[in-house]
Design a protein around this ligand. Structure first.
Ligand SMILES: [Zn+2]
Length: 82
């Protein structure tokens, strides 16, 4: 099984248990990418609010995707957690 590091807890887990978030190579836009249809740099986070909160607090998603812009995905995840 594919193992990926969570950007919240930083533990390595089964990728099927995580959200995949990808910054599209061409547009630079950031998407949830459950079926890996979007090509680009990707980051993973466990499907729980604690991990998502940690990821947002540490700006770990932006660091992992090498962007400094606050994305719509982050705003959506923030709304989901708080
Ligand atoms: Zn996690």
């Amino acid at each position: 099984m594919k193992q990926r590091k969570c950007q919240g807890c930083k533990q390595t887990k089964d990728a099927d248990l995580m959200y995949k978030i990808t910054r599209e190579h061409i547009s630079g836009k950031i998407f949830l990418n459950p079926n890996s249809k979007i090509l680009g740099r990707s980051a993973y986070v466990c499907k729980n609010k604690d991990c998502i909160k940690q990821m947002l607090k540490k700006k770990a998603l932006r660091n992992a995707l090498k962007t400094s812009e606050l994305s719509e995905i982050e705003q959506e995840l923030f709304k989901y957690c708080y």
